[in-house]
Design a binder for this molecule. Sequence first.
Ligand code: ASP
Length: 305
Amino acid sequence: MSLRGRDVISLKDFSRVEIDWLLEKSDSMEAYARTGTNLLRGKMMGTLFFEPSTRTRLSFESAMMRLGGGVIGFAEPRVASVEKGENLADTVRTVENYADILVIRHPLEGAARLAADFASVPVINAGSGAEEHPTQALLDLFTIKKELGSIDGITIALVGDLRYGRTVHSLAYGLSLYKVKLHLVSPELLRMRPEVVLDIKNRIKVTETPEMEPLLPELDVLYMTRIQKERFADLAEYEKIKGSYRLNASQLRSAKDRMIVMHPLPRADEIDFEVDRTRHAKYFRQMWYGLLTRMALLASILEPG
Ligand code: ASP
């Protein structure tokens, strides 16, 4: 199998066979991550971040450098010609002269797809508005596989902002390729987009509910998310629902021993700090798995034939 030259725009573009292959490859990256390698020597990655990022950008940069490649780019569009009004297509057509792969994060849905249409080098979507965040979903699937041994057979709840949260959209598509039972937990206002629910309901069992606590005893994975304040057109609406879900350590007493708590981070107030010290907390470990997944992606897209 090969992903050479592929764009990574939506998780919907990936088959289960391809995802399983990538997860295997992510596992094999651990040794390289610790010692470094020259696999991608001479290759350059361009990062175009039009929105804030800590984990995604730094882990992509770290992944590329550990593979022996180089990194250029901007994390702050105000320092680039974007500030002078340059359009996305021209920015892409510029940076592709200097880089062999582009990693782009943009507040507009469809921006990554547009960039890929204009670019002659592969494009990775590192977050497109409220739409998708496919590499986060890959690392989430890898985390589940590593921590629980298998994705098939699990019961998982996605909790919080399922409307504006992009990670949950990509993750839902990914999970629907496995045999999972999926609970979508959100306030009425923040329910998962109907087009995503319709799509995944064709393949797996899905329930929707505003209540998190009654589900805790049956879950293998509790995936918490932040209410995406920056995507609300009306902040009064945000004020009404912020703090809808808060997980504390005593609630976890009803959970299975092996149940894991995940979060794409950053967290706001939805996971109490006391949860960090429980055996369930895996959201810091998730970041290490993210590095391995991004190494696997870069290596398989750019690997010489
Ligand atoms: N870091 C994730 C994202 O960029 C999750 C979040 O911001 O809540 O989508």
